[in-house]
Design a protein around this ligand. Structure first.
Ligand code: SF4
Length: 454
C-alpha cells in the first residue's frame, strides 16, 4: 500500500512508482485512486503494476492526493471485483480503501452489518464505513473513529476521500505502515523501501492502534482503539518484507544475516559450499557462510521476471512456477557437499523440487538449513498459507520432513534464536504460524474463505 498527499504533487504518478517498490507484496492486481479535490477516481486491473498502468492511464489520473495497492488474495478470490482500492460513493464524495492484512471476525461483522453481499473483508470494511457516513453525515475520520473498533484481526489501511489521506494500523500492529515526508508532501507506505524509491524521508512508523489523518493543515494522530500489546508479524522479518526495508528500527537484511549466523551456530554441518535459495535466502546464507567459514556460492540462479511462487493462488501455477523461476549451476554444485539455505518452508513443493534440481546438478550431499522454525500453523492475519493440512511441517517431525524432501540433513532455526536475531524484544511479535500461539481468537478453519464465491 502507498499513499501521498501534498499541495502540488503528481500523486498518481508517485503512487505508481511507490507501488513498484511494493510489488513483492502482491502480484495479482494493482490499483490507484486519486483525488483532484472534487472527484475521487479509481483505476485498477489484474496484473503487475507495469501491466496495469501506462502513460495515458496515468495521465488521466490527475490530482494531488492518492492511494495505491498491490494485491494477493488472502480472502476472496483473485478477480477484478476484489482488486483494490475499494471505492464507495457517498453523495458527492467518494471514499477509497486499500488493505493489508486479514480480519478475523469477518463472518460476524457481515451478519451484524447485514452485508452478506461483500466479497472480501476489505469490501465489507469499506461498506460499513460508507454506511456510517451516509447514516450520520459524519466525515471520513469521524466515521472511522466509530467503526474501526468493531474490526478484529490484521488491518493496516490507507484510505482517502476528496481531501483526506488516512493511515491506520490495527491495535496489534500485525502489518507494517510507515510515514514519510517529501517537502510539503506526506507519504504512507507499507515498507520504507517505497519511501526511498520516491525520494521521501522516513519520519516514523504508524503506531499499532493509531490513525493518522493528513490534509492541507498537516498530520494529526488519533487512537480510536483500546490499548493492546503489540504483535508485529515475525514473518515480515523472515520472508515477506524487502531486505532494504526498516522494520521496528532494524534493517531487514541485517536481521536476516544474523539469522544465518545463529543457524550456523545451532545447526553446523561439514560441507563444501553454502548455497542460498534466491532471493530471500541470500542474507541468511551469507551469515551462515561467515559464521561457519564454509565458502558461499550462488549455485542457483533466479529468473528475475518471475514472481514469488507461493503467492500465486493455484497449485498448478505454483508447480509450473518453480521450473520457470530457478536454475541450478552444475559448475558450482557438481561433486560438492551443499548446504542449501532458505528462509522458510511453507508447503514444501517448491523445496522438494529445488533439492532434486541441486542433486541433478551433481551435488553429492544436500543439507537443508532453514532460518526460521517449522511453519506448522495457518496464518489468519494476511499471509495466504492455506489450511493446516497444506503445510508441510504440520504434524511432522523434522526427520519426516527431511525424508519427504530427500535431504541428507535438515536444521531449522529455533524460535528464541530467530527472535534474538531480529534485535527486537520477544514480546513484540506474533509467532502464531511457528508456535501455534495466536494473539487473537481465530475463526474456524474454513471461515477464512467465508466470502469467497468467484
Ligand atoms: S501467523 Fe505468522 S505470518 Fe501470520 S502474522 Fe503471525 S507471524 Fe506473521
Amino acid at each position: 500500500m502507498f499513499g501521498i498527499c501534498g499541495p502540488d504533487s503528481d500523486a498518481a504518478r508517485l503512487t505508481y512508482f511507490g507501488l513498484f517498490a511494493l510489488q513483492h507484496r502482491g502480484q495479482e492486481s494493482a490499483g490507484i485512486s486519486v483525488s483532484d479535490g472534487e472527484t475521487v477516481t479509481v483505476y485498477k486491473d489484474m496484473g503487475l503494476v507495469a501491466q496495469v498502468f501506462d502513460e495515458p492511464t496515468l495521465g488521466g489520473l490527475s490530482g494531488s492526493l492518492a492511494i495505491g495497492h498491490t494485491r494477493y488474495s488472502t480472502t476472496g478470490s483473485p478477480s477484478w471485483i476484489n482488486s483494490q482500492p475499494v471505492y464507495r460513493q457517498i453523495g458527492h464524495n467518494g471514499i477509497a480503501l486499500a488493505h493489508n492484512g486479514n480480519l478475523t471476525n469477518t463472518h460476524e461483522l457481515a451478519l451484524a452489518a447485514e452485508r452478506n453481499d461483500a466479497t472480501t473483508d476489505s469490501e465489507l470494511m469499506t461498506a460499513m464505513i460508507a454506511d456510517r457516513m451516509r447514516e450520520t453525515g459524519d466525515s471520513l475520520p469521524d466515521a472511522l473513529a466509530e467503526v474501526l473498533p468493531s474490526f478484529e484481526g490484521a488491518f493496516s489501511l490507507t484510505m482517502m476521500d476528496r481531501t483526506h489521506l488516512i493511515g491506520i494500523r490495527d491495535p496489534f500492529g500485525f502489518r507494517p505502515l510507515a510515514l514519510g515526508s517529501m517537502g510539503a508532501e506526506w507519504v504512507l507506505a507499507s515498507e520504507t523501501a517505497a519511501l526511498d524509491l520516491v525520494g521521501a524521508q522516513f519520519v516514523r512508523e504508524i503506531e499499532p492502534g493509531e490513525m493518522v489523518v493528513i490534509d492541507s493543515s498537516g498530520v494529526t494522530s488519533h487512537h480510536p482503539f483500546p490499548p493492546t500489546e503489540e504483535r508485529f508479524c515475525l514473518f515480515e522479518f523472515v520472508y515477506f518484507s524487502r531486505p532494504d526495508s526498516i522494520l521496528l528500527g532494524e534493517t531487514v537484511h541485517r536481521a536476516r544475516r544474523r539469522m544465518g549466523v545463529a543457524l550456523a551456530d545451532q545447526a553446523p554441518v561439514d560441507a563444501d559450499v553454502v548455497v542460498p535459495v534466491p532471493e530471500s535466502g541470500i542474507p541468511a546464507a551469507q551469515g551462515y557462510s561467515e559464521a561457519s567459514g564454509i565458502r558461499y556460492t550462488d549455485g542457483l540462479v533466479k529468473n528475475r521476471y518471475i514472481g514469488r511462487t507461493f503467492i500465486e493462488p493455484a497449485q498448478a501455477l505454483r508447480d509450473r512456477g518453480i521450473r520457470l523461476k530457478l536454475n541450478a549451476m552444475p559448475g558450482e554444485l557438481a561433486g560438492k557437499r551443499v548446504i542449501l539455505v532458505d528462509d522458510s518452508i511453507v508447503r514444501g513443493s517448491t523445496t522438494r523440487q529445488l533439492v532434486q534440481m541441486v542433486r541433478d546438478a551433481g551435488a553429492v550431499e544436500v543439507h537443508l538449513r532453514i532460518s526460521s522454525p517449522p511453519y506448522r500453523w495457518p496464518c489468519f492475519y494476511g499471509m495466504d498459507t492455506g489450511e493446516r493440512s497444506t503445510l508441510l511441517a504440520a504434524g511432522k517431525t523434522e526427520d519426516e520432513i527431511a525424508l519427504y524432501l530427500a535431504v541428507d540433513s535438515i536444521g531449522y532455526l529455533e524460535l528464541d534464536r530467530l527472535i534474538d536475531a531480529t534485535g527486537v524484544g520477544a514480546s513484540t511479535f506474533c509467532t502464531a504460524c511457528l508456535s501455534g500461539d495466536y494473539p487473537t481468537d481465530v475463526p474456524a478453519a474454513d471461515a477464512k474463505y467465508a466470502l469467497e464465491r468467484n
